[in-house]
Design a protein around this ligand. Sequence first.
Ligand SMILES: *Cc1c(COP(=O)(O)O)cnc(C)c1O
Length: 405
Amino acid sequence: MDSRTHDTQDGFPVEGRPARRALATEAVHAGREDLVALGLHAPPLDLSTTYPSHDSRGEAARLDAFAADGAELAGPPVYGRLGNPTVARFETALARLEGTESAVAFATGMAALTAVLLVRNALGLRHVVAVRPLYGCSDHLLNAGLLGSEVTWTDPAGIADALRPDTGLVMVESPANPTLAEIDLRAVAHACGSVPLLADNTFATPVLQRPAEQGARLVLHSATKYLGGHGDVMGGVVACDEELARRLRQVRFATGAVLHPLAGYLLLRGLSTLPIRVRAASATAAELARRLAADPRVARVHYPRIGGAMIAFEVHGDPHAVIAGVRLITPAVSLGSVDTLIQHPASISHRIVDATDRRGAGVSDRLLRLSVGLEDVEDLWADLEGALGAARGVGDRGREEVVGR
Ligand SMILES: *Cc1c(COP(=O)(O)O)cnc(C)c1O
């Protein structure tokens, strides 16, 4: 995390770009460099839907330029669907944290993935190679062919052989939702050759992993999760090179899944505490994972080598009883909030995936997914213990039949 690259000469920025600073510093300052000159401390929230101009000829030229190359408009955005200054601050900051040239924000994570698929499909590259598990709705979007994509599911070792002339994208998640399975992104990026690799980095966040440094050309986030961090804003973002960002901006303009400026404001604010939230929640999660692994009522615990605030575990008893038994922990889908959430993927987050495909991807009917928040570890453990007791698991140890329905 402290992998600073010293691209400064005598402390001055090179080529007009700010020196790359440590992640915690960037999290607080990126996207806000102009505030002092503006005489501001908090970033301004621009809610404008339109931007006045007496110069129609000038606006026509700027619109032509955007239509031609998708570069961000210099000056006011003309219209809210073309861009927004508050959202642009969030994009600048996220690109800095992920170590990419650019980032393009969308209304949700699924809108971001949709834009990526549309960009590739428009080039006639409709074939996607993907590794399960993915987030349930990502799996569904690819598998149901809703956007005309055709998907080949494979394991990481099979990627190179699955590529075809019309393959437009390789998609992976690591750690994956919900099993926390990890993938060697560097090896996968190598196997992709010239096909862009999209890594969904929602679970790890740039605090724990920066996929672009390992060769991923597109880094996707459901910003709804850790980037926002407080369970009160939905958003999505793709961090990538400027060439792909331009295509994504053109698709965003034409299809309309923009991030609301207030969401952009909240996401920029969320980034400033991202490193401290992720590290604190990860420390608590590591301890809870240790205790769960030692508990006789728990059959299996999945906790990533790179750490993080997500835990997946399988109980010997009824997983639905664990959900019903929590009192402090919130029984709800989603993740990455300040409060701890638990859900049953086979019932909720991955319900839309066909049961055979779901189980084949390691999402068993006993699996529970825990998103650890910022509460005290002892309070969380007491609540988990109570819920595990309610699941009356000890006597069932070793029984393998599927519980629930
Ligand atoms: C939630 C989630 C998504 C979808 O994001 P939304 O903001 O809900 O559209 C995509 N990928 C992962 C890993 C997620 O957890």
